[in-house]
Design a binder for this molecule. Structure first.
Ligand code: PLP
Length: 387
């Protein structure tokens, strides 16, 4: 009697799943597979954040909150946007969600109609086109090149604007490329949005993980056209706490709250108090971020040099904790290359297939240096025999 809905059936089966389940199968069989596929910090959540959550539990702050989040947290997010991003979002122009994912989901459902076109720079994070398509809107990829460090060319973007285009999705620093779009590019994209009457949804989850580049929020250049998404997951090593947030025009935030009120209600109350500590005790949080950033930079330099030395061309990303390696030397098909790396090198990576990145695989370097060393050694053995 159960007939899956057209929406459920429309979700693209992930090419990643096959590789991931095979990796788990090998691990269960006792094979020491090294995972370079995870999308989360390997650091523990900082102690001052955990302590705030424990306090919240003990003080009984375990009930429903306002759908949009506790007022103190919205105030501290508003202050954070001003302090760190130069953005003016009043506390009632801010909402708290269950992870960055829900903020994006609610934003797309609040803003998109069937048939609307949404420009997404590729390689992209897999969830953007899937979420956009769920609304009935049409994701349109805007290719970027490895040679230019996967930085978006605003002219390429504008060339894809049609009368149906409604939105631009930006993700800088980006998953999976680690690209950070320079201020000049963001300014040009902001001009395109203003000239063509488009909205910008900018996902700044990785804003603190930048190495040699300057991270700027595009909302500074096109405040009336921009909805800014962020969250606690990547910056404060809080992936499991499920806290995201958005700042934008009040009527858009109100529509997102309405969607949330009829689906999940407030984000976890305890997690909100934890996020409040992360944002309000910002001196301590900044120390943690500084240390994490230093560790990531060292790992990045190591893995980029290593992969290039093995003949797998890998641009140096300026942000996040991912690299995209060209694996055509192992196999021209990235799914096959991922399989070879898993079966022969016992290294799990994510094929670029779902990211719109043919011939490439994504490696996360949110893991210790020793593991990176060993991964390079194992891949070296395979490349040696394949090359
Ligand atoms: N945006 C990007 C670009 C991501 O890579 C991720 C997580 O992988 C998210 C959003 C989702 O973050 P959260 O875990 O807070 O939902």
């Amino acid at each position: 009697p159960f007939q899956l809905s057209a929406r459920a059936l429309s979700l693209k089966p992930s090419a990643t799943v096959a590789v991931t389940s095979r990796a788990l199968e090998l691990q269960r069989a006792g094979v020491d597979v090294l995972s370079m596929s995870v999308g989360e910090p390997d650091f523990d959540t900082p102690p001052h954040i955990k302590a705030a959550a424990i306090r919240a539990i003990e003080e009984g702050k375990t009930k429903y909150t306002a759908v949009s989040g506790i007022p103190e947290l919205r105030e501290s997010i508003s202050a954070k946007f001003r302090r760190e991003n130069g953005l003016e979002y009043a506390p009632d122009a801010v909402t708290v969600t269950s992870g960055g994912k829900q903020a994006l989901f609610n934003a797309f459902f609040a803003l998109l109609n069937p048939g609307d076109e949404v420009l997404i720079p590729a390689p992209y994070w897999v969830s953007y086109p899937e979420m956009v398509a769920l609304t009935g809107a049409v994701p349109v990829a805007v290719p970027t090149a490895a040679e230019s460090g996967f930085v978006l060319d605003p002219a390429e973007l504008e060339a894809r604007v049609t009368p149906r285009t409604r939105m631009i999705v930006l993700n800088s620093p980006g998953n999976p490329t680690g690209a950070v779009f320079p201020p000049g590019v963001l300014q040009a994209v902001a001009e395109v949005a203003q000239r063509r009457g488009l909205v910008i949804v900018t996902d700044e989850m990785y804003e603190h993980l930048v190495y040699d580049a300057e991270q700027v929020s595009i909302g500074r250049y096109a405040p009336k056209h921009t909805l800014t998404i962020n969250g606690a997951s990547k910056a404060y090593a809080m992936t499991g706490w499920r806290i995201g947030y958005a700042g934008g025009p009040r009527e858009v935030i109100a529509a997102m709250n309405a969607l949330q009120s009829q689906s999940t209600s407030n984000a976890s109350s305890v997690s909100q108090y934890a996020a409040l500590a992360a944002l309000s005790q910002h001196g301590e949080t900044a120390r943690f971020i500084g240390e994490a950033r230093q560790a990531y930079r060292e790992r990045r330099d190591h893995i980029v040099a290593g992969l290039n030395a093995l003949g797998l061309p890998t641009p140096t990303p300026q942000g996040a904790f991912y690299v995209m390696a060209d694996t055509t030397r192992i196999h021209r098909d990235e799914l096959e290359a991922s399989r070879i790396l898993l079966e022969r090198a016992r290294v799990a990576v994510v094929p670029g297939t779902d990211f719109g990145a043919p011939g490439q695989v994504r490696l996360s370097y949110a893991t210790g240096l020793e593991q990176i060393e060993e991964v390079l050694r194992r891949i070296g053995e395979v490349v040696g025999t394949a090359g």
